[in-house]
Ligand binder design. Structure first.
Ligand SMILES: [Cu+2]
Length: 487
């Protein structure tokens, strides 16, 4: 059993009684059942200078601390300490206190990472994972990181952004000798800073191969207002030829794109409760590409780059933020708009997987674009079963076709708690550097994340439309005519 399966199995026994009760509520259509229940949160003020945490709103006075939810407190109290980082699909690196330092063991190694179900790619990572496991400490900690090289070649590990004694900086040959295969090197330093950092190999080709991981430092004094949820997403690009499963780090082009080591639609949605204060930390560890990261349905504040939260007077409201290579950006928003929202890099080639198989000539060989433009009725037919006829300039139309999504792949994509109740067709549009932000009222959050109730595709989304949208204009998902898609 995978970890999510074990969790579902474990939860099943305890949730049968609760689920039976929920089904009753679920089927009712009276006003009381429709009202969002917020019983699991302590009471908070819903309105601040015209900004409601439970209504999408541009707010009122732009000079107000509460404009666009800027300083709207979360449900979490500062006394609870900082929210732990959630990096979907990545583990946290355990530590033990040894001689006054938090001691971590990090192992650079070759890793097989399943970008999509059935697409197992050979890359470099740490401790069996690409990206590596998250190091999470508190400002003021002393850390000792024992790095044992299990790569077939020399390496060093760099602690990106830290102000530390130079002999621990991990710059190969500049500050230390390379760590030979099988050998270890011990890094030890005090962590003065706070914020969003990461570690990576300092050998360029190893970086291009994926050797990176989060190094998150929580501030000693919790920021006010604290966030309820704290997510970390690492964006990466690879070139992996159509008949290969080994990344080619010499290429100047990139056809596979991952967030925390998975490509959409296998990226795991960020699921939050309606009204929560959410921080997302995004880091671009692509070899050669910047990413304009765009969130639908919300306006977020850019609250920091690399280090800790910057003064609120310097926060900038955005819908899209360009994140450069090796840069980390933090943003915060109030999840005040229920729904399943696209959250993605806006570069079109980054919104697809393995695009060499998906567009243009491979499915429309021998079709002339010119003749189509001269006569729009003569649209060339799509041949989705044609196999790799070669490269030519893509023609019209430009709709992506023939991404193979066999039944086993679809089952794996759907067999995750976080996607339950999304529209049946959602996997067709969430690809490459794309994921989803799900903002759910408390009762629906409970149903998706904390019970093992049967949740039909589309049911949670439809319920949100019923409560917050206009059900008369809602279009249920059409399941016919999608190539390769069997559900
Ligand atoms: Cu991009």
């Amino acid at each position: 059993m995978s970890q999510p399966e074990r969790r579902r199995h474990f939860l099943k026994a305890g949730s049968i009684a609760a689920a039976a009760g929920l089904v009753g509520n679920w089927m009712r259509s009276d006003a009381a059942a429709q009202a969002p229940a917020r019983t699991s949160h302590p009471p908070v003020r819903d309105e601040y200078d015209g900004f409601s945490r439970f209504k999408p709103s541009r707010g009122n006075d732009p000079d107000s601390d509460y404009y666009l939810g800027k300083m709207i407190p979360g449900f979490r109290s500062t006394a609870d300490g900082p929210a732990p980082l959630e990096a979907p699909d990545l583990e946290r690196l355990p530590w033990k206190m040894v001689r006054g330092a938090k001691e971590f063991h990090l192992v650079p190694m070759a890793v097989e990472r399943e970008f999509l179900p059935g697409y197992k790619m050979n890359v470099y990572g740490f401790n069996g994972s690409m990206p590596g496991p998250t190091i999470e400490v508190t400002q003021g900690d002393r850390v000792r990181i024992v790095v044992t090289n299990e790569l077939p070649e020399q390496t060093t590990t760099h602690w990106h952004g830290f102000e530390l004694p130079v002999q621990y900086d991990g710059s190969e040959t500049l500050t230390q000798n390379p760590i030979e295969p099988g050998a270890s090197f011990v890094y030890e330093f005090d962590v003065h800073e706070e914020g969003t950092y990461f570690y990576h190999s300092h050998v360029p080709m190893q970086e291009a191969f994926g050797s990176v991981g989060w190094f998150i430092v929580h501030p000693k004094k919790v920021f006010d207002p604290p966030v309820d949820r704290d997510f970390g997403l690492i964006f990466q690009n690879f070139f992996i030829d159509s008949n290969q499963n080994i990344a080619d780090s010499w290429q100047m082009d990139w056809n596979w794109h991952t967030i925390n080591g998975r490509s959409g639609p296998y990226t795991t949605p960020l699921v939050v409760k309606h009204g929560e204060r959410v921080r997302v930390r995004i880091m671009d560890f692509s070899p050669m590409q910047h990413h304009p990261v765009h969130l639908h349905g919300h306006t977020f504040w850019v609250t920091g780059h690399e280090g800790a939260r910057i003064p609120k007077s310097a926060w900038v409201p955005r819908n899209t933020e360009l994140i450069g290579i090796a840069q980390a950006t933090d943003f915060e928003f109030i999840a005040n708009n229920p729904g399943d929202w696209m959250f993605h890099c806006h570069m079109v080639h980054h919104m697809m997987n393995h695009m060499t198989r998906q567009v243009g000539p491979r499915i429309r060989q021998d079709s002339s674009v010119d003749s189509y433009l001269a006569n729009l009725a003569s649209r060339p037919a799509v041949d989705a079963v044609r196999t790799d006829p070669g490269f030519a300039t893509p023609g019209y139309p430009q709709e992506m076709k023939s991404m193979k999504m066999p039944e086993a792949m679809m089952k794996t994509i759907w067999n995750r708690r976080e996607v339950q109740g999304m529209r049946a067709t959602w996997p067709m549009s969430v690809m490459g550097l794309m994921t989803t932000l799900r903002v759910l009222p408390d009762d629906l959050y409970h149903r998706v994340m904390e019970t093992d109730a049967e949740i039909p595709p589309g049911s949670i989304f439809e319920e949100i439309v019923n409560r917050f949208g206009n059900p008369a204009d809602y279009q249920p998902a059409k399941m016919g005519g999608m190539p390769g898609m069997k559900m």
